[in-house]
Design a protein around this ligand. Structure first.
Ligand code: ZN
Length: 117
């Protein structure tokens, strides 16, 4: 007698979420679940690659952490993010350095800035 649709119609009639709003909410939840699944797959892939490299090349976790920090700092901030467009490659040591620096922070080489960039 009072099926699911009837309840939903009554809820909407009293000012509840519209059908369109409910659809947007379902799509947002679905997209969030898909992103979470992709993050989990990437985490597994990263761990597999790291453990293979570490074991095959006798690397250490400290070396990995140093490289993570080095990459993080390429935009001039240690914040867990990298703004790719803000870095340039040093012609001397081939490391990525924040565009805002006049000299490479690793080797001291003056950086060649593209005047049109
Ligand atoms: Zn350099």
């Amino acid at each position: 007698m009072y099926g699911h649709d009837a309840f939903g119609a009554a809820w909407r009639a009293t000012g509840g979420m519209s059908t369109e709003g409910a659809g947007q909410a379902r799509r947002a939840i679905s997209q969030a679940e898909e992103l979470e699944a992709r993050c989990n797959r990437l985490a597994i892939l990263c761990e597999a690659m790291w453990t293979l490299l570490r074991d095959q090349l006798q690397l250490t976790d400290e070396q990995l952490l140093d490289r993570i920090n080095e990459i993080d700092l390429t935009d001039g901030r240690l914040d867990g993010r990298v703004e790719r467009g803000s870095a340039i490659v040093c012609h001397s040591c081939n490391r990525r350095v924040a565009r805002k620096f006049a000299k490479c922070m690793y080797c001291g080489e003056p950086l060649a800035h593209d005047p049109f960039a």
